[in-house]
Structure formats: structure tokens, C-alpha cells
Write a protein that binds this ligand. Structure first.
Ligand code: SF4
Length: 148
């Protein structure tokens, strides 16, 4: 079974600040018996690492210097969708709260770590194309239930 995973959860240093969100527990669970497809939609959209943090504000993705990076985010999401179709992937484990990968809750656009209901650009596109999405942290127990 192919599982798409936010690359930062697997330890790739693709986060905006050049770090990762590695989860050893998650890796332990999903690396056995599954083909993992690491993706970073923001990098796939042409953004560099490190890059300026961005959040969704009224449907646009704006970085902390008030530059509109919406196009990059949508381009990256579309690249991820191509991989989903290529590898016939039905499940994605994504980093929570991210303006790309967040599902259900995302940062609120004030760069203050506050969250609101909503989906990141990539998570939303995948969800609308039938991919089941699981948060890499909050839903870990749910992931265990689904997998085992
Ligand atoms: S876009 Fe997704 S995979 Fe890339 S650093 Fe942000 S949360 Fe991680």
C-alpha cells in the first residue's frame, strides 16, 4: 500500500526554517509494510528552503513579508496530486496546521500560532480528490486503528 507522507515528518529538513518535524513514533508505525512517498508541496511549488513562513489569509497564502505566494502553494499541491494519481495513493499522513499540509485546523493568518478551522492548500486538494488524510501528530492513535 502506498502512503503519501509530509516529508518533514519523515525527517527531511524541508520546513520553512530549514528544520524538520521528524516523528520517530510515526516512522516506526508506517515504515513497516508500506511504501512511503515523501512530499513537500511547498518545495514542489518552487519555494526554497529555508523560506519565509506563510499563512492563509482570506483564501490567499501570504508570507510574513506580505508577499503573495498563493501560486507556489497551488502549483505544489498540483504536483502532489500528480504523484497521488501516479502511485494510486488513497491515504496521506500530513503535518498538522501547515498552510499546505494542515487538515481540519490551520494557523489563523496572524503568525501567532493561533489555529482556526480550515485546510491547507495541498490537503484540501487531496481531500477533494478522494484521498483519506490523517494528521501526523494528533491522529496518531487513529492511524494505529486504521493500520492494525
Ligand atoms: S509543506 Fe508540508 S511537507 Fe513541506 S515542510 Fe511544510 S508541512 Fe512539511
Amino acid at each position: 500500500m502506498n502512503v503519501l507522507v509530509s516529508a518533514c515528518l519523515l525527517g527531511l529538513k524541508c520546513r520553512y526554517d530549514g528544520n524538520d518535524n521528524k516523528s520517530d513514533e510515526l516512522i516506526k508505525v508506517i515504515s513497516i509494510g508500506y511504501n512511503l512517498i515523501p512530499v513537500c508541496p511547498e518545495q514542489l511549488g518552487g519555494l526554497s528552503t529555508p523560506r519565509k513562513p506563510a499563512e492563509i489569509i482570506e483564501g490567499r497564502v501570504i508570507n510574513i513579508d506580505n508577499e503573495d505566494v498563493t501560486k507556489n502553494f497551488f502549483n505544489g499541491a498540483n504536483e502532489v496530486l500528480k504523484l497521488v494519481k501516479l502511485y494510486k495513493t488513497e491515504l496521506a499522513v500530513l503535518k498538522e496546521r501547515s498552510p499546505s499540509c494542515g487538515f481540519g485546523k490551520i494557523y489563523d493568518g496572524t503568525f501567532s500560532k493561533m489555529v482556526i478551522n480550515g485546510n491547507g492548500v495541498c490537503a484540501d486538494l487531496l481531500y477533494n480528490n478522494g484521498v483519506k488524510i490523517i494528521g501526523g501528530e494528533r491522529d496518531k492513535r487513529i492511524f494505529w486503528i486504521i493500520v492494525y
